[in-house]
Design a protein around this ligand. Structure first.
Ligand code: NAD
Length: 292
């Protein structure tokens, strides 16, 4: 069993840390919120007062933080992970952050003598609780192999996407595609309805014809055809429009940085910004159909 430090015990981090505890690991958690730390303690983990206290004896350090600036601070500040962790500790950042920060922090970790992987997830809070997340991992083959036994506890599908930062690249490319294709699906149902075609026959036809995609059987944005989709529950999330917008903006930032043309991704970011500005950021992202 390993000594693990877990930094960032929010909606995702807490259930992930609990799964490591349940697997028998010795987990010390740190978060700015005392409540979050108490919740880990109740589940059999330990609550640390500082990053240093959490990481000083840890063999593995996992973080699950909101954005690049938090990851950069937690790892690189004077009292942060790189200064306080013991030699040989393995670093796993599972936050969804910008590619440039992921690569910069990983490079600093390497200079400080640590192996680090970026390992963002998809699967949401339900997947975190059930231990069925998908991890997209960037880092060396050796670091990936070292991280995998821990990721296997928190997730179901663990992919090595290549060098440092490539986990974040995979995540934003996948979610940009998801956002664009959700808008495309919503547009098709909206046009059909405006022309007098009900959602059910369009669904029946399109889900067996060339318009078929993952959204049809599992996440149809039009109410009716798929009983379990958020469309039949007033668009309660699910995956919020705010989270989709975060990922689309990260994709746009990365596109600019890599001089890649992503005009559909750009338009998708504009449409989800519109949805958020209309006060619907906390609805499910399939609710974009109501904005069209
Ligand atoms: P959250 O806001 O619920 O949790 C983040 C936690 O980090 C909070 O408890 C906060 O107090 C803590 N924190 C912030 N700064 C800190 C610091 N300097 N030191 C210690 N703790 C600090 O967010 P979340 O929903 O758990 O998401 C975490 C990450 O996972 C994000 O990058 C998000 O994009 C990604 N993600 C979330 C989901 C989801 O469904 N919620 C799905 C996939 C990926």
């Amino acid at each position: 069993m390993s000594k693990i430090a877990f930094i960032g015990l929010g909606n995702m981090g807490l259930p992930m840390a609990k799964n490591l505890v349940a697997a028998g690991h010795d987990v010390a958690g740190f978060d700015l919120s005392a409540e979050a730390k108490s919740a880990l303690k109740e589940a059999g983990g330990a609550a640390a007062d500082t990053i240093a206290a959490a990481v000083s004896a840890a063999e593995v350090i996992v973080s699950m933080l909101p954005a690049g600036k938090h990851v950069s601070a937690v790892y690189t500040e004077a009292e942060g992970v790189l200064a306080q962790a013991k030699a040989g500790a393995l670093l796993i950042d599972s936050s969804t952050i910008d590619v440039d920060t992921a690569r910069a922090v990983s490079a600093q970790a390497e200079v400080a003598g640590f192996a680090m992987v970026d390992a963002p997830v998809s699967g949401g809070v339900g997947g975190a609780a059930a231990g069925t997340l998908t991890f997209m991992v960037g880092g060396t083959a050796t670091s990936f192999a070292a991280a995998k036994p821990y990721l296997d506890i928190m997730g179901q599908n663990i992919f090595h996407a290549g060098a440092a930062g490539n986990g974040q690249v995979a995540k934003i490319c996948n979610n940009m595609l998801l956002g664009i294709s959700m808008i495309g699906t919503a547009e098709a149902f909206t046009l059909g309805e405006n022309l007098g075609l009900d959602a059910q026959p369009l669904f029946d036809i399109s889900s067996t014809a060339s318009g078929q995609c993952w959204r049809m059987p599992s996440y149809c944005p039009a109410p009716g055809p798929v009983p379990t989709s958020p469309a039949n529950n007033d668009y309660q999330a699910g995956f919020t429009a705010a989270m989709m917008l975060k990922d689309l903006l990260l994709a746009q930032e990365a596109s600019a940085s890599a001089s890649a043309a992503t005009p559909m991704g750009q338009r998708a970011a504009e449409l989800y910004t519109q949805m958020a500005d209309a006060g619907h950021a906390e609805l499910d992202f399939s609710g974009i159909i109501k904005e069209l």
